[in-house]
Design a binder for this molecule. Sequence first.
Ligand code: CTP
Ligand code: CA
Length: 225
Amino acid sequence: LIDHFQPKHLAGKRVLITAGPTSEAIDPVRVITNRSSGKTGYAIAQAAREAGAQVVLVSGPTSLPCPRHVLRIDTESAIDMHAIVMNEATQADIFISVAAVADWHVINSSQQKLKKTEQGQGLPELQFAPNPDILAEVARLSDGPWCVGFAAETENLHEHAEAKRKRKGIPLLVGNLAQHAMNADTTQFVLFDDKGHQALPAQPKLSAARELILAIAQRHSSIQA
Ligand code: CTP
Ligand code: CA
């Protein structure tokens, strides 16, 4: 029903979205992950689809159903997600990086389940290496899509968000306060671009997503005009 009444701001556009957490293996049964539920990214995928886009959703592990008429590709680790995204990125017009990508992976993960007894008195000693920064890498592609980043911060949202936008080299970064957004059904977005910042009202994630998609469509069409 909604389809008939909504203007198609992204008709014919190809939108690539990452969503959810990533999951970094310690051994075959244990992982390191984070508190992202995927709700924001899935709401944005639905809103982009409603706006007429062809949507590819690269998702970390979540318990959410795939939005209708969205192509979902499931991933686990940041390295998996990176490989899929780099394969899809040059076909996309817009990339929206919503996933809470783990910053590190365990380099000495075990092929067998670690036994607490075999550790002797000791504890497992995990060693970490940095994960690729998927968004920053897509933003550096010469034939890449127009990029939107996210930043969930626990404090000093404005300073962190604007610094992050510049560091990643992206035209638009969406900030929100992690305490409010993580696993909640409502959210408040603050949009940071080269002109400054604009706070959207706190609202359910799907209506926030629809407002964000409209803001993205306006900015994307203005650079093309
Ligand atoms: N991101 C990404 N790949 C990573 C880390 C982050 O694509 N390895 C993306 C996220 O999807 C988000 C943006 O970069 O759109 C910002 O992520 P965030 O974790 O807030 O920033 P970091 O640069 O990782 O900095 P920090 O965690 O130290 O705040
Ligand atoms: Ca991070």
